[in-house]
Design a protein around this ligand. Structure first.
Ligand SMILES: *[C@@H]1O[C@H](CO)[C@@H](O)[C@H](O)[C@H]1NC(C)=O
Ligand SMILES: *[C@@H]1O[C@H](CO)[C@@H](O)[C@H](O)[C@H]1NC(C)=O
Ligand SMILES: *[C@@H]1O[C@H](CO)[C@@H](O)[C@H](O)[C@H]1NC(C)=O
Ligand SMILES: *[C@@H]1O[C@H](CO)[C@@H](O)[C@H](O)[C@H]1NC(C)=O
Ligand SMILES: *[C@@H]1O[C@H](CO)[C@@H](O)[C@H](O)[C@H]1NC(C)=O
Ligand SMILES: *[C@@H]1O[C@H](CO)[C@@H](O)[C@H](O)[C@H]1NC(C)=O
Ligand SMILES: *[C@@H]1O[C@H](CO)[C@@H](O)[C@H](O)[C@H]1NC(C)=O
Ligand SMILES: *[C@@H]1O[C@H](CO)[C@@H](O)[C@H](O)[C@H]1NC(C)=O
Length: 702
């Protein structure tokens, strides 16, 4: 068996609703260099380069320390950009409100996607990429977030299963892995962390305060502020990319945003990659910057706090109620504010992204601790509803149930307790509770993926849920202690939480936070012992990461059923798509000015007769370009993934099927040497049944 594991990070959310990154999935592949491994096996040296899971030693003699075969890749996963409730960075459905559908099953979401990815990769690379060593981890974007309170309901109700979306994610992820695989080359890994203080805030500080005082006293902040970074170098020591971990929700953009976006994690990846390779188009760099989530549960990028926007009320402009996040008793007016809120939510997005970029850049400028040693992984399915799932006794209060299974079942099948309390916070959790009560099993995942990846002293706990800050700390500390106590890794064991990943299993709060029943507690769907259950389960499996592990996987519950064939596709295909009479697709309706000289900071806009972008996703492509005329030929210098551009589609008449497309470019400052460049143009690319392009008139920037 080869020694390899794959970490793919992208903008998956709890369901298929990707509000993406610059629309791309990033893949990181690590594999022990067998030559080196052979050497190690030969010398039988301590824990370094030991044999992989069940593999036969392939002896070699190359005396290179701490080398791995490493590969990195990026793939476009942007599915249908309009007429689904996915709002992305560059494309908008600006006319009709998003349609709301009841989604009957979310368990199949990420699980189904993962299954398809695994099956395609297993076919392409038999025996290499498997269900066990592929981790599919989300950057966890949202569209519908008014800031402080997380708006889960639209994510559940809006979409149904959109096959095209799923297909695009699968295709793009497989492409990212293919690119990563093709780039496999010897290299080195190193590891470090730094503090990013300003990048997040706790959105449920009152729940955090429910944790024991002596436990809280161990930490300076009520959020984890460490950004951990695993650096990938080539054999000569040149950086090829990194995978970083930092907890902050992808909710910098407000819920009224209609542009598709990767939110702050996607923006951070773009900013870093473009800093390293300024001339590469977004998503087309060879350097790959991975910004992934960690114990994200109670984090918010709205670092200024949450305030009442209640015009006419005396509490207008004041902080929302500390315990309930309400304004005058209701949640609607309570809005989080990011650091750029006076300018726009996109500015907040950029700032929060930049903090993460700065943290990563600090670490990339340092000499980090080399990582060496085994590549190991374990994966199992856990049916969280099954009796005997958790084989431990909760001993700290004899008046509480001894068998947490019953608590878990209770949590899964009945409405959460304290409906009154929940009502104080937000109407959303109440609706969710109703949902649980009516259809407990249909749409809560009852089988989750339990997975850990190890390289050297570094262990990634691939978590299906969103752990709160304190829940994450408890889990991390417990597993680290067990890794050391069990002699799996030495005292330098370094454990991170990565998630939500694989299956989406909602929130995981500590039981003290659960008692408070704020958003995260109320969304801890498997009950107050959920965290203890995960600690128990992950802890019981650490020996599968040991150097002497045989490569066998632990006993597993059955994989969740494949529901994609039963999926209800609520989206109709493109029915009618036509230009208004007397016009053709792509005709310019409102042109740029040919007489104005545009300047940095100006926005250039052109409106075209549109066609429905769902006809052609242009995966790995773009819906627009900004072209410049240099020495007589037009060169595309910007694409739809660049922050300076937007592409907005508007269905203007549903009966006749007409639509418009606006392409805008906000001219960036200082980017262009304008001395010998005279003309520019905007170009739109359309995906009707036959693809075509159309251009604005030429214009001048000076
Ligand atoms: C950051 O690294 C230091 C050692 O350099 C370690 O003590 C600390 O635990 C690390 N932080 C986290 C969150 O793992
Ligand atoms: C979106 O919501 C924010 C916060 O409530 C508000 O400040 C902003 O004006 C809204 N934007 C639009 C385009 O409605
Ligand atoms: C992407 O980069 C490659 C070189 O790495 C280049 O050949 C290709 O044209 C680029 N694609 C785009 C769309 O810029
Ligand atoms: C929040 O709730 C706690 C516990 O009920 C209470 O002690 C505290 O005074 C409340 N804080 C505010 C600001 O209402
Ligand atoms: C156990 O819980 C009960 C009520 O839930 C409480 O009254 C009692 O003090 C607790 N005992 C201990 C030892 O924590
Ligand atoms: C692996 O080594 C540990 C001691 O380091 C030992 O307790 C355990 O039984 C060994 N496992 C196997 C499968 O050999
Ligand atoms: C699209 O362009 C037209 C013509 O310039 C303009 O009137 C309209 O406001 C634009 N729409 C958007 C959403 O920017
Ligand atoms: C979309 O088109 C409709 C119908 O022409 C128009 O009323 C609306 O203002 C347009 N929306 C935008 C954002 O341009």
């Amino acid at each position: 068996m080869p020694l390899l594991q794959l970490y793919a990070v992208g903008p998956l959310t709890e369901n298929l609703n990707l509000h993406t990154l610059q629309n791309s999935m990033r893949a990181f592949v690590g594999l022990t260099n067998r030559v080196v491994f052979g050497l190690a096996a030969f010398f039988a040296s301590a824990s370094v380069f030991s044999a992989g899971s069940g593999s036969q030693a392939a002896f070699g003699v190359q005396p290179v320390a701490a080398q791995y075969l490493l590969g990195l890749g990026i793939g476009d996963i942007t599915g249908p950009v309009v007429e689904t409730n996915m709002m992305n960075y560059k494309l908008a459905h600006a006319s009709a409100p998003f349609k709301k559908f009841r989604m009957t099953d979310i368990a199949m979401g990420d699980t189904g996607i993962r299954r398809s990815i695994v099956s395609q990769l297993s076919e392409l690379y038999p025996g290499l990429y498997t269900n066990e060593n592929i981790a599919l981890v989300s950057t966890h974007q949202h569209s519908g977030v008014g800031g402080y309170l997380e708006d889960l309901l639209p994510q559940i109700t809006s979409l149904g299963y959109v096959k095209e979306t799923a297909d695009a994610i699968v295709q793009g992820t497989v492409r990212a892995v293919q690119q990563a695989h093709a780039s496999l080359a010897p290299g080195k890994l190193s590891l470090g962390n730094t503090t990013v203080v300003d990048g997040n805030a706790n959105r449920s500080p009152s729940a955090y305060l429910a944790n024991p005082a002596d436990e809280r006293a161990k930490y300076q902040y009520n959020q984890d502020k460490d950004l951990t970074l695993l650096r990938f170098d080539d054999a000569s020591g040149k950086a090829r990319g990194f995978l970083s971990f930092y907890p902050v929700h992808g909710t910098s953009l407000y819920e009224n945003n209609t542009l598709i976006s990767g939110d702050n994690k996607g923006m951070a990846a773009y900013l870093y990659e473009s800093m390293v390779e300024p001339s590469a188009m977004p998503g087309n760099s060879t350097f790959v910057a991975g910004f992934t989530q960690s114990n994200v549960g109670d984090t918010s990028p709205n670092t200024l706090g949450a305030f009442c926007e209640s015009p006419g009320e005396d509490y207008d402009g004041q902080a929302c109620d500390f315990n309930s996040s309400t304004c005058g008793g209701t949640a609607q007016d309570c809005h989080g504010r990011g650091p750029g809120f006076r300018i726009s939510d996109f500015e907040s997005d950029r700032i929060i992204a930049q903090y993460q970029v700065d943290g990563a850049n600090t670490l990339m400028g340092q000499t980090l601790a080399p990582v060496s040693g085994s590549v190991r992984w374990m994966h199992t399915y856990l049916n969280i509803d099954g009796p005997g799932a958790f084989d431990f006794v909760q001993g700290d209060n004899s008046s509480q149930p001894q068998n947490p299974f019953w608590e878990i079942v209770k949590g899964a099948v009945t409405p959460q307790p304290n409906a009154q309390q929940t009502a104080c916070q937000s109407p959303k959790p109440i609706l969710l509770n109703t949902g649980y009560a009516h259809t407990p099993y249909n749409w809560s995942p009852d089988t989750v993926d339990i997975q850990m990846l190890r390289v050297g002293n570094f262990v990634m706990l691939i978590m299906p849920g969103e752990l709160t800050t304190m829940a994450g700390r408890r889990l991390r500390d417990a597993i680290r202690a067990q890794l050391i106590a069990g002699d799996v890794i030495g005292p330098d064991a370094y454990v991170v939480i990565a998630g939500p990943a694989n299956t989406y299993a909602h929130y995981v709060a500590t039981k003290e936070e659960y008692g408070v029943q704020r958003y995260e507690g109320a969304s801890t769907i498997f009950g107050q012992y959920t965290l203890d259950a995960y600690i128990d389960k992950y802890g019981s499996l650490v020996s599968f990461l040991a150097d002497n592990a045989t490569g066998a996987m632990p006993a597993s519950d059955p994989a969740p059923p494949d529901l994609s064939s039963e999926a209800i596709t609520l989206r109709t295909p493109v029915v009618l798509d036509s230009p208004p009479s007397g016009k053709n697709f792509g005709d310019v309706l409102a042109d740029v000015s040919t007489t104005t000289i545009y300047h940095a900071g100006d926005t250039v806009n052109v409106q075209f007769v549109g066609a429905n972008p769902r006809n052609n996703f242009r995966l790995e492509g773009t819906f627009l370009t900004v072209d410049q005329l240099v020495s007589g030929s037009w060169t595309a210098v910007r694409s739809d993934s660049h922050p300076s551009t937007t592409y907005q589609w508007n269905r203007t008449n549903t009966l006749t099927g007409t639509s418009t497309v606006n392409v805008t470019w906000t001219i960036e400052d200082g980017t262009w040497d304008l001395s010998d460049i005279v003309l520019w143009r905007l170009e739109a690319l359309f995906g009707s049944i036959t693809s075509f392009t159309s251009q604005s008139s030429e214009f001048t920037v000076g």
